[in-house]
Design a protein around this ligand. Structure first.
Ligand SMILES: *[C@@H]1O[C@H](CO)[C@@H](O)[C@H](O)[C@H]1NC(C)=O
Ligand SMILES: [Cu+2]
Length: 182
């Protein structure tokens, strides 16, 4: 898939109503949109501290992963397994920072699963070392291999600091279609 990683922007029709007035959206070619029967996997960033809940998701191609944000000021960013707490490449999925003083952020960040390869995510907040502290998660971990979430977290703890992807990309920021995460 050219210039894009395993998640992608949601189809234009699905988000047209959520786009701010005056913006247009063209999905990249070859990107799978969420189908009418797609499951939605809700994740809460910052649930009970510096963690994602749930943090190990099994999803089918075409499913949505919908990230809700609790306090404090978290992000959802894609890394490789090999190098935690830094972008997998310049096309790494990134929600941007979602500061949330209390309750739940009115917006969620939604992505569509493009294939069954493992996808590693972390919070790139450097203030408080969120990734180093264990704020990371995986979609479609290989349960028969050594690349486990606990192994990722152990490596993350040694990284020193986090790097954010270069721009918000790979998903859609909009109010959740089905209400808050919990
Ligand atoms: C959220 O965190 C980012 C990265 O540390 C920072 O640039 C931004 O100012 C923070 N926003 C708020 C409202 O604290
Ligand atoms: Cu965080």
């Amino acid at each position: 898939m050219v210039g894009f990683t395993s998640f992608a922007l949601i189809g234009a029709a699905a988000i047209a109503s959520a786009m701010p007035t005056g913006t247009t959206y063209t999905p990249p070619t070859g990107i799978i949109s969420a189908g009418p029967n797609a499951a939605t996997h809700r994740v809460i960033a910052g649930f009970n501290g510096l963690r994602f809940e749930p943090e190990n998701i099994v999803a089918e191609v075409g499913d949505l992963v919908e990230v809700h944000f609790n306090p404090m000021n978290h992000s959802f960013a894609q890394s490789s397994f090999a190098e935690p707490c830094k972008p997998i490449n310049d096309n790494a999925i990134f929600s941007g920072f979602m500061p949330t003083p209390n309750g739940e952020n009115p917006n969620v960040f939604s992505i569509v699963v493009q294939d069954k390869q493992p996808l590693w995510f972390y919070c790139s907040q450097t203030k408080g070392d969120h990734c180093q502290t264990g704020m990371s998660m995986v979609v479609n971990q290989n349960f028969n291999g050594a690349a486990t979430l606990s192994a990722y977290k152990a490596k993350a703890a040694l990284t020193g600091t986090s790097i954010s992807p270069p721009r918000v990309q790979g998903g859609v920021i909009a109010p959740p279609k089905n209400g808050p995460g919990l």
